[in-house]
Design a protein around this ligand. Structure first.
Ligand code: NAD
Length: 256
């Protein structure tokens, strides 16, 4: 039961972040959701999560590519007991052709944002003697694929940063771990299915099994709810001594 705990999930108006926010709310936490936009629908989404789970839920806009904005998110929320660093983007290109702007943005959003939010959140966690930091890395934090240089570098960086955060907080009631999802069925991934079906002239089930989940031995997507459930587990007492490590939710990807 996470009643009385405040959770901040970065990049949480869709996909995995939204799944994490919903599961934390279901477990009774007060939740702050975030993205870089500031639309009525963002605030309405927070209101809906709060109403459905009987918790307080706010939306705070902050651009995770901007270090000062990352720190301001934590301050504006009034600190947090649970921090989920989830915001992330992808770009696919060979190293020679990789746009410098894309490289810098991926490193900023996928890696440096976690440094800034963690630095801002730790003093409050230390004062309370309790805290949970969960970084959403990736199977690409542990393995590589061609044409994803910035993403793979950033996600390996997240795994390293997770270990250092764990060492600096060990024995103080604070844990820091990384979840490494394989392929998760988010709206973004769902949207690629029709194009892949057309490109490969395959039906939905075949394109999922043979093309999209080629590297995932289960041949099944993980769900955003399963990632959220893993976050809630890491916030439980059973996970008090789990720190500085990775939990793969990847249908066997990294076992291959
Ligand atoms: P998504 O695009 O649905 O979600 C990304 C979220 O980050 C969105 O809410 C978006 O608004 C937000 N975001 C993007 N740029 C931002 C910025 N500058 N500031 C604040 N928020 C920003 O994608 P997703 O699949 O849910 O990805 C979430 C995380 O999970 C990412 O870190 C991604 O690398 C990781 N991941 C995803 C998969 C997968 O298969 N979907 C697998 C492994 C890891």
């Amino acid at each position: 039961d996470l009643k009385g705990k405040r959770a901040i999930v970065t990049g949480s108006n869709s996909g995995i972040g939204l799944g994490c926010a919903e599961e934390l709310a279901r477990a009774g936490a007060e939740v702050v959701i975030n993205s870089f936009t500031d639309r009525d629908e963002d605030h309405a989404l927070a209101e809906k999560i709060g109403r459905e789970h009987g918790v307080s839920c706010r939306y705070i806009a902050a651009d995770m590519s901007d270090g000062e904005a990352c720190r301001a998110l934590i301050e504006t929320a009034g600190g947090c007991d649970i921090l989920v660093n989830n915001a992330g983007i992808q770009h696919v290109s060979s190293i020679e052709d990789f746009p410098v702007g894309k490289w810098n943005a991926i490193l900023a959003i996928n890696l440096s944002s976690a440094f800034h939010t963690t630095a801002a959140a730790l003093p409050g966690m230390r004062a309370k003697g309790w805290g949970r930091i969960v970084n959403i890395a990736s199977a690409h934090g542990l393995t590589a694929s061609p044409y994803k240089s910035a993403y793979v570098a950033a996600k390996h960086g997240v795994v390293g940063f997770t270990k250092v955060t764990a060492l600096e907080t060990a024995g103080k009631g604070i844990t820091c771990n990384a979840i490494c999802p394989g392929y998760v069925l988010t709206p973004l991934v769902e949207a690629q299915i029709p194009d892949q079906m057309k490109a490969h002239d395959m039906d939905r089930e075949t394109v999922i099994r043979e093309v999209m989940l080629d590297r995932q031995p289960s041949r099944q997507f993980a769900t955003t709810g399963q990632i959220g459930g893993t976050v809630v587990f890491l916030c439980s007492g059973a996970a008090d001594q789990i720190t500085g490590t990775t939990i793969s939710v990847d249908g066997g990807w990294t076992a291959l």
